[in-house]
Design a protein around this ligand. Structure first.
Ligand SMILES: [Zn+2]
Length: 350
């Protein structure tokens, strides 16, 4: 990334291109503070079943709208101008990708959408997920085809996902070997993947696959799934997997986690992973973030917390400045999101 120190007012700042969150779930922004599962989840599968598959089934379009608005707002406030989203709302599938795309457009953040196809909600659920990807993409939406993870897709459904992606000339965004439960993913995806694929996690992936591996250090730590050693893969970007969109924070975590494993690891490597996010959303290279700190250098940023953007420009438009977001009222977005979070949490208690 370009690292220039400059500011007309004399304040010390630096600029970078827009940061990219290479893997997230905007639908999960309202989950924080949700009612705890009845039994404490003891492993990755129980976390999916007890937390995330309860949340996604409870979502309707109104909750999704304000979850995405909050997630997009938080991205902008962190200097992240592009989000690669992976969506699931099994009881509100049709039109869901439009809701997310519109929310991001309203805030002024770029988004690459997909709907995660899965067999975990039956054949009709898988078909509806495929149809939502196809509907959105054929209408000109910015996105690729989504799939949950190989371990929740039959070979037939996986072939349907790949067939749709081939028809539409796009890649597939899929969770890959996040936990040992999905350890068979590499073998099943190897004959299917290509360079356009987005491979989230790859913690237990035993072979390189074509595509970009997106490393999500905070999420991997939080779920206790292990360390992926992403340096073993040729193409790596960084994501948050739904826990905000603060990519400088994710970069710092990537550095700390890598150095816990190998103390010779250089922050410059993790900085290159962060910069590689623009290979997923090249338009973000045209965006500009002015930071409250200089220099924007890997060894400085890895050990300096509390750095924030003072100005964010997306496609030439200032969408964030010292007064906050320019297109939306941040307080109103947070208030509406809190109302919808209360609805979601009440539904989870039922
Ligand atoms: Zn994920």
């Amino acid at each position: 990334m370009a690292l220039d120190a400059a500011d007309a007012s004399g304040t010390v700042t630096s600029t970078t291109p827009g940061l990219v969150c290479g893997h997230t779930h905007l639908y999960s922004a309202l989950a924080r503070g949700m009612p705890a599962p009845r039994h404490t989840p003891r492993n990755f599968t129980e976390i999916l079943e007890g937390v995330w598959w309860r949340v996604d089934r409870a979502l309707d379009h109104e909750m999704l709208r304000w979850s995405a608005m909050l997630g997009a707002l938080e991205a902008l406030e962190s200097g992240t101008t592009a989000i690669v989203d992976h969506h699931s709302s099994p009881n509100a599938i049709e039109g869901s990708l439009d809701v997310i795309a519109q929310a991001c457009a309203d805030v002024g953040v770029r988004v690459v959408c997909c709907y995660e196809v899965t067999d975990r909600n039956g054949t009709d659920g898988a078909k509806a997920g495929l149809a939502e990807n196809e509907r959105f993409l054929r209408a000109g939406g910015r996105g690729i085809v989504g799939a949950h993870a190989a371990f929740t897709l039959s070979d037939e459904t996986l072939d349907a996902v790949c067939g749709l992606a081939a028809d539409l000339g796009v890649g597939v965004h899929v969770h890959v070997a996040e936990d040992p439960v999905d350890a068979g993913a590499g073998e099943r995806l190897a004959p299917r993947a290509d360079d356009r694929w987005i491979l989230a996690h790859a913690v237990h992936l035993e072979r390189p696959l074509p595509g970009v591996v997106v490393h999500n250090p905070r999420s991997n730590l939080n779920n206790g799934v292990g360390y992926s050693r992403p340096g073993r893969f040729p193409r790596v970007a960084l994501g948050t997997d739904g826990i905000g969109a603060d990519m400088l924070e994710e970069f710092r975590l990537a550095v700390a986690l890598a150095r816990a494993d190998d103390v010779t690891f250089s922050p410059a490597t993790a900085w290159a992973w962060l910069a590689a996010g623009t290979s997923l959303v090249p338009e973000a290279r045209d965006d500009e973030v002015t930071w409250s700190y200089e220099p924007a250098d890997a060894w400085h940023l890895a050990y300096t917390t509390d750095i924030h953007p003072v100005r964010v420009e997306v496609a030439g438009e200032t969408v964030f400045d010292e007064d906050g977001p320019t297109r939306v009222d941040a307080a109103e977005v947070r208030a509406r999101a809190a109302e919808q979070a209360a609805r979601l949490h009440a539904r989870l208690e039922e």
